[in-house]
Design a protein around this ligand. Structure first.
Ligand code: HEC
Ligand code: HEC
Ligand code: HEC
Ligand code: HEC
Ligand code: HEC
Ligand code: HEC
Ligand code: HEC
Length: 412
């Protein structure tokens, strides 16, 4: 403890800052102690076995290649120079005040975030796993015993800079634990080994699968692979789930597991499997109005409020290919709209008589599914106190008069 008192005396003026670091260190130490006591009697263990996406390549080469480019695959990975975004050389500091900053550092092949107080390193933690493809941003997390913690700085792609991670206030904080629900949405599997008395979720450091891989949507596939390796002439798939054969609710529930907002779980994370009923695993959420649903992480909620969804058998697959990276295809989505809206049984655009077809098609989704600021993905930038939002595509398909007017006026 002497070490800490020395800091306190030396930096009396920055008492607040020092105590935050102090609390962080103490919390980490106490977590270490309690986790050692607990590990011996860790309770029920959920364990799953996977064949791994590489195995699928022998027989489903094209899908595997597409999937490697998808944001699902890229959404979590070991942190290294291939997977990490952000500047580690020059624009790599975030200043909290004149005396205190956090630096994103590279030492040989490892990466760290280090807090400096008056030029001296006070606390340093590694980038172990990176969460987020980097389309919008990347948050990194680190192991401490069996716990995972979030690093305080997040790389924010919209402005190409290090910012304070979403949900954090303007203080040095290395102590936010990562929940199994966070990992359930951003990976294929983590074996949870949390003890009943534990304050935070604990995970196996060896039994996990990063990225949202084939078997998250198709179920564990060891048996499928073994069968087809022995029966090379068999043309129908055995012992494997294909969401194309699901009911509408089953299909939506699979996507809704992660694109349905922050649900409250009633069973442990990672027990839901493709094909299951979502609300056997989560509590039914209370009805929200469209203004309360965030564009981030709840495409289902937005879509479900739309007339298109209510008056048809629409699922996410009406517009999306779950294997492909479609991020450069925005202007081509109108084809999906026209599968219903060109057909005489549905309405076509009211503007069709006034505006030429090519222009309508190019801007179809910009007028009816505009990008909006998220209330959940918000980060604090260097010299700002008010958080900046990431912009997300609204899945509330509707008539946006003002936005349409703006788009039309640019044409003229
Ligand atoms: C030894 C060859 C082989 C391997 C390895 C293999 N599959 Fe298959 N799979 C097949 C065959 C053959 C079919 C049936 C024809 C088709 O649908 O392509 C099939 C069908 C499927 C289907 C569609 C099933 C249906 O009911 O329509 C899915 C989904 C699938 N495989 C997923 C996977 C995944 C995921 C992996 C890797 C974990 C994998 N496969 C590995 C041979 C293989
Ligand atoms: C295990 C959780 C999970 C499941 C299940 C899941 N997704 Fe996702 N999905 C994500 C995450 C996380 C991202 C964001 C990845 C990133 O950019 O880091 C994402 C991204 C996407 C994107 C955006 C790609 C882009 O261009 O930004 C689409 C489209 C998408 N998912 C569709 C679907 C559909 C359709 C289904 C159902 C068949 C589905 N997802 C099932 C978690 C999931
Ligand atoms: C985010 C969920 C998701 C992931 C991840 C995913 N798939 Fe699929 N897969 C689907 C859906 C949904 C369908 C049904 C497609 C449809 O109906 O349009 C499907 C269909 C298939 C089929 C049936 C043939 C076809 O093209 O329709 C095969 C084979 C398949 N997937 C293999 C794979 C393999 C191999 C991987 C990993 C490299 C993978 N999938 C990853 C959701 C996923
Ligand atoms: C309910 C599922 C869910 C949970 C829980 C969740 N996320 Fe996400 N996250 C998503 C989805 C879906 C996206 C991409 C699309 C969107 O934002 O709507 C996303 C996007 C992100 C992105 C931006 C990725 C990119 O480049 O576009 C980051 C970073 C991220 N999440 C980190 C986290 C972290 C860290 C946690 C836990 C502390 C977490 N998320 C919890 C579903 C979830
Ligand atoms: C699966 C079929 C289907 C698809 C795909 C579809 N819609 Fe619709 N949409 C409908 C139905 C059904 C309605 C209700 C009115 C009707 O019958 O035309 C509707 C209504 C609408 C409305 C009127 C909304 C309102 O609040 O008055 C707009 C605008 C619209 N759709 C735009 C789109 C756009 C843009 C796309 C593509 C991004 C799209 N739709 C894709 C079926 C669909
Ligand atoms: C009527 C067509 C349509 C349907 C149905 C639909 N989407 Fe989308 N989705 C789009 C379009 C268009 C985009 C924007 C593509 C772009 O900008 O690159 C998009 C983008 C996304 C993104 C990326 C968001 C962002 O801002 O980067 C995610 C995630 C996503 N969709 C998930 C889903 C899920 C999950 C479902 C089912 C609940 C779904 N979508 C149903 C048309 C649709
Ligand atoms: C420049 C913006 C803009 C573009 C581009 C555009 N729309 Fe519209 N759309 C509107 C506006 C505004 C209305 C409402 C007009 C009114 O009520 O007078 C509308 C109305 C609609 C309606 C409802 C018609 C009804 O009878 O209630 C549908 C369906 C629709 N659009 C589909 C589409 C589709 C599909 C595309 C792309 C192929 C498209 N729109 C392109 C702005 C646009």
């Amino acid at each position: 403890m002497l070490f800490f008192f020395e800091i306190m005396i030396a930096f009396k003026k920055y008492y607040l800052v020092t105590s935050i670091i102090l609390i962080t260190v103490i919390c980490l130490i106490s977590l270490e102690n309690c986790s050692q006591k607990k590990r011996a009697n860790a309770g029920d263990v959920v364990q799953k076995q996977f064949a791994g996406s590489q195995t699928c390549a022998t027989c489903h080469k094209e899908i595997v290649e597409q999937h490697l480019q998808s944001f699902h695959h890229l959404t979590s990975a070991f942190a290294n120079k291939q997977t990490l975004r952000g500047d580690f050389d020059s624009a790599n500091k975030f200043f909290f005040n004149d005396h205190l900053f956090i630096e994103a550092e590279k030492k040989q092949d490892s990466f760290y975030q280090t807090a400096y107080l008056n030029g001296a390193a006070k606390l340093s933690r590694p980038f172990n796993i990176v969460v987020g493809s980097g389309k919008r941003g990347q948050t990194s997390i680190y192991w401490f015993q069996n716990y995972l913690f979030q690093l305080p700085l997040t790389y924010f792609t919209e402005t190409s800079e290090w910012t304070i991670s979403p949900g954090y206030s303007r203080k040095v904080d290395f102590n936010r634990s990562i929940t199994s629900r966070c990992l359930e949405c951003h990976s294929t599997y983590f074996q949870e080994i949390t003890d009943k008395n534990s304050k935070a979720d604990e995970f196996s450091k060896t039994n996990f699968v990063l990225g949202i891989e084939c078997e998250k949507c198709h179920g564990p596939a060891l048996e499928h692979v073994a069968f087809h390796e022995q029966n090379l002439n068999e043309k129908t798939g055995h012992a494997i789930l294909n969401p194309a054969k699901f009911s509408r609710t089953q299909s939506l529930d699979l996507c809704r597991l992660c694109h349905g907002g922050a649900l409250t779980k009633s069973k442990p994370s990672f027990t839901f499997q493709a094909g299951d009923k979502l609300f056997d695993f989560f509590q039914q959420d209370s009805a929200k109005t469209i203004g309360e649903i965030d564009v981030h992480g709840n495409q289902y909620g937005m879509l479900a409020a739309s007339k298109c969804f209510k008056n048809s058998e629409m699922t996410c697959l009406s517009c999306h290919d779950a294997h492909k990276n479609e991020s450069t295809l925005a202007t081509q989505f109108y084809v999906k709209c026209e599968t219903c809206h060109k057909n005489s049984s549905h309405n076509t655009c009211k503007l069709a008589t006034r505006v030429d077809q090519g222009f309508l098609e190019m801007n179809c989704i910009n007028c009816h599914m505009p990008e909006e600021p998220s209330k959940a993905i918000m980060v604090i930038r260097q010299n700002e106190t008010v958080p900046t939002s990431a912009h997300m595509r609204s899945h509330y398909i509707s008539i946006y008069k003002d936005i349409s007017q703006q788009i039309l006026s640019v044409k003229k």
